[in-house]
Design a protein around this ligand. Structure first.
Ligand code: MG
Length: 384
């Protein structure tokens, strides 16, 4: 029995993780759950999975959950300290980290320090901190297993290979719903339109990031930090069918790719069962139905977020954290109807331009850069 805690259990990856776990009742036990504020959903999850500890980020929501659960023998915690307690909970072997955005950083770090195997869906922590999370993992002797489909594919391609023999990592991007839109069409996109992603079923933040290509940009920085490979060796190709999940080219010109159906349950299961492979009942990819498989160069002028991410990744230091924070503020403002779709990139660019970079930051410098970028982004929203 692998004992699992899920940080972000009420989100898209969290709920799909519980679907995977439900198909293997004799392999996994859920011992911890953590969410933000979704009282009713997490109450259902507690009744179904009987975890030993549960936390909600928002204290009034945690109080309400405690009331609704009554005397169920589960510890209900709240706030960041509560989430961190679930992350460190001694009863867990593996922590699946799927909290949206930068709030994932500290709980993930604490889970690593507690020696848990990490199944990592949240990319922002690795984006923000350079090699810091990876070095902590090395020091604590823990594995970090990528859940996101692209880094998961690269991880699988690199297994058993010499990482020094890599020529390129090739990240695929579906391109999102607006890839063929003109600039004027892009300017008038509404949040409702942007939330309809054509291929992947995902949460709101990552769906908008997919539409701006910022998600791919963050994945470039994530791959750079995670696999310790130069930014110049990481390439992005638009692949609308989303059947090739990413590729690795080796120095001899051989390219390895991972293909599969467009279903997050595949990489989630891979991370949960690693290093084993377990048979499941998911459908096979029908290659003849999927053809043709297309690959195109991304348009960096129309989707500048990807360009900014390359720039931030290249300069490194505190810049990726700044870009990430500015983007989080901008995406929220877009979802609330305060700025237009194209302004998301504009806000990120302005905040990056005003940042005095710290080259070799400690965790505190990263937190300060994050706070500064959020405040600066909020000030810039009114000028959009
Ligand atoms: Mg992805």
């Amino acid at each position: 029995m692998k004992r699992i805690s899920i940080l972000g259990s009420t989100g898209s990856v969290g709920t799909q993780t519980l679907e995977v776990i439900a198909t293997f009742p004799d392999r996994f036990q859920v011992v911890g759950l953590a969410g933000k504020s979704e009282v009713e959903l997490i109450r259902e999850q507690v009744e179904r999975w009987h975890p030993e500890v549960v936390a909600l980020m928002e204290t009034p929501a945690a109080d309400e959950l405690r009331r609704r659960l009554g005397r169920k023998g589960v510890k209900v915690l709240s706030g960041e300290e509560g989430i961190v307690e679930v992350a460190k909970y001694e009863g867990a072997d593996l922590v699946l980290s799927a909290i949206v955005g930068s709030p994932s950083l500290i709980p993930t770090l604490e889970a690593i320090r507690s020696g848990k195997t990490i199944a990592l869906a949240s990319k922002e922590g690795v984006v923000m901190t350079g090699r810091l999370l990876m070095e902590e993992a090395k020091r604590s002797g823990v594995d970090i297993l990528p859940v996101d489909s692209e880094p998961n594919a690269i991880f699988q391609c690199l297994r058993g290979e010499d990482e020094r023999k890599v020529r390129r990592l090739i990240l695929t991007a579906s391109g999102g719903p607006f890839y063929n839109f003109s600039e004027s069409q892009l300017a008038s996109i509404t949040p409702a339109q942007a939330l309809r992603h054509p291929t992947w079923k995902m949460g709101k933040k990552i769906t908008i990031d997919s539409a701006t290509l910022m998600n791919k940009g963050l994945e470039v920085i994530e791959a750079h930090n995670f696999f310790d490979i130069d930014i110049s060796q990481i390439e992005v190709v638009i692949h609308p069918q989303a059947k090739v999940h990413s590729m690795v080219e080796f120095v001899d010109g051989s390219i390895m790719a991972i293909l599969g159906i467009t279903d997050m349950k595949v990489p989630i299961q891979h991370a949960l069962t690693y290093p084993e492979r377990i048979a499941n009942k998911l459908p096979s990819l029908d290659l003849t139905e999927s053809s043709p498989l297309e690959f195109k160069k991304p348009d960096l002028e129309k989707f500048p977020c990807l360009k900014y991410a390359y720039e931030a990744g290249k300069v490194g230091g505190t810049m990726p954290a700044v870009l990430n924070a500015a983007n989080e503020v901008a995406v929220e403002a877009f979802l609330n109807g305060k700025i237009g779709f194209l302004d998301i990139a504009g806000v990120s660019r302005k905040v990056m331009a005003g940042h005095s970079i710290i080259r070799k930051p400690h965790l505190n410098d990263i937190k300060e850069a994050d706070t500064w970028a959020r405040e600066t982004a909020k000030r810039n929203l009114s000028r959009c």
